[in-house]
Design a protein around this ligand. Structure first.
Ligand code: FES
Length: 246
């Protein structure tokens, strides 16, 4: 059986040792992804290796890593595509590292929560059980943005977030658009406060790395441009038009 070398980032805070790379020879199988190789390392060679994964099928979003310099889902990145190797595996960039390939997600989760990712109903609708109907074409308006699996690859690819972690970032804006464009939602104005402030949509320089990195075709860069249009329209309405015209 042919082999390929994995160069894996190791960081163990309890040892106070500097981060280093450790090499492992793993079988080069056609059907193995980087995650399979890491699982082989953990089961057969070195049980101390730490990394996150769950579904192994591109659904849970937990196995994001930097593979040969690019943010990737390790369960969807095949060894043969990087043969003859070596394959360098590092944690996602732009996040603090907790241990080995495990990064700190708290900031990301807070950003998702800040855009109120749920349907905000019309307050005048006094019956919360009223069924809100939606046509297939209304659903098509936001469906793309609902495919996000929160894998954080877009934050790892984003140069703006890399320079300033206060930037709300691609996935949170795409998530806001998922609800802003939903015909059942009345929360655009509330989300606008977050999206249009200093750390909101205007920080994006539209280099499009987020869209390139996204494994689910969400197109966060497109979502950000649509969010900018909404924010700009609202700003025009608020500052240039007299109240009675709004
Ligand atoms: Fe779930 Fe890779 S393990 S997306």
């Amino acid at each position: 059986m042919k082999e390929i070398t994995l160069r894996v980032f190791r960081y163990r805070p309890e040892t106070e040792a500097e981060p280093t790379f450790q090499e492992y020879a793993v079988p080069l199988r056609d059907d193995w992804a980087v995650l399979d190789a890491l699982n082989y390392v953990k089961e057969e060679i070195d049980p101390t290796l730490s990394y996150r994964w769950s579904c192994r099928m591109g659904i849970c979003g937990s196995c994001g890593m930097t593979v040969n310099g690019d943010p990737k889902l390790s369960c969807g990145t095949f060894l043969v595509d990087h043969a003859p190797g070596p394959i360098t595996v590092e944690p996602l960039r732009n996040f603090p590292v907790i241990r080995d390939l495990v990064i700190e997600m708290t900031d990301f989760m807070q950003k998702l929560g800040a855009v109120q990712p749920w349907i905000i109903r019309d307050e005048s609708d006094d019956d919360p059980h009223t069924e809100l109907l939606q046509t297939p074409s209304e659903m098509d308006d936001y469906k793309r943005y609902s495919m996000c699996i929160n894998c954080m690859l877009c934050y790892s690819a984003c140069p703006v977030y890399g320079l300033d972690s206060k930037f709300i970032g691609p996935a949170a804006i795409a998530l806001a658009q998922r609800y802003n464009l939903d015909s059942r939602d009345e929360g655009q104005e509330e989300r606008l406060d977050v999206l249009s402030d200093d750390e909101g949509v205007w920080g994006c320089t539209f280099v499009g790395e987020c869209t390139r990195a996204c494994p689910k075709g969400v197109d966060p860069a497109g979502a950000i441009q649509r969010a900018k249009l909404i924010a700009a329209n609202e700003a025009v309405k608020a500052f240039l038009l007299p109240r009675w015209v709004r």
